[in-house]
Write a protein that binds this ligand. Structure first.
Ligand code: ADP
Length: 190
């Protein structure tokens, strides 16, 4: 199995690149942000609870997102592999993911981390906020908080994969096609 963690700060282009990668490599895309937004749209209890954190740019609890991902892994038994997008976002989530995949005998192959400068992230997110209507993309202070939370809680996940020799940084600046090319090159060389 090819199990990829697509990593990077909010606005790094994970969702855009994941859509292109899953088509090319026939993987199942698991985005915790997308799953949480669909729970919210359906007004489930989980979605309404998560909303309180999402609208402030805080992280939803580890237990909630770990449970969600476990359910999705279990319900996709025939998958050739997964692209994890927006997950794991804490070291506890990364450890839980390793345990889940251990049971399936198919560990994480690699973490591909999109590297983008902060000014560019804010610009992209505000632009996305205009087009998508995502509330957390429309307010500069929420965006700044998401980047702050990313720096404090999520960057340690990079060290976690680096220690396993699975980390690869990918330049996330430039055109969508250029970045996609860099990702494919890294995957084809795995
Ligand atoms: P982005 O990476 O652009 O900020 P996402 O769509 O990945 O956005 O996530 C949106 C929000 O959903 C996050 O700000 C957070 O509140 C919540 N969320 C998504 N994934 C996780 C996760 N793995 N752990 C905790 N909270 C999460």
């Amino acid at each position: 199995m090819l199990n990829l963690v697509l990593f990077g700060p909010p606005g790094a282009g994970k969702g855009t690149q994941a859509a292109k990668l899953l088509e090319k490599y026939q993987l199942v895309h698991l985005s915790t942000g997308d799953i949480l937004r669909s729970e919210l749209a359906a007004q489930t209890e989980l979605g309404l609870e998560a909303k309180k954190f999402m609208e402030k740019g805080e992280l939803v609890s580890d237990a909630v997102v770990i449970g969600m991902i476990e359910g999705k892994i279990d319900s996709n038994t025939g998958a050739k592999g997964f692209i994890f997008d927006g997950f794991p976002r804490t070291t506890a989530q990364a450890k839980a993911l390793d345990k889940m995949l251990e049971k399936k005998n198919s560990p994480i192959t690699c973490m591909l981390a999109l590297e983008v400068e902060k000014e560019e992230l804010i610009k992209r997110l505000l632009l996305r906020g205009k087009d998508s209507g995502r509330a957390d993309d429309q307010d500069q202070s929420i965006i700044e908080n998401r980047i702050k939370v990313y720096n404090s809680e999520t960057t340690p996940v990079k060290d976690y994969y680096e220690a396993q020799d699975k980390y690869q940084g990918i330049r996330g600046m430039g055109s969508i096609e250029d970045i996609f090319g860099r990702l494919c090159e890294a995957i084809d060389n795995l």
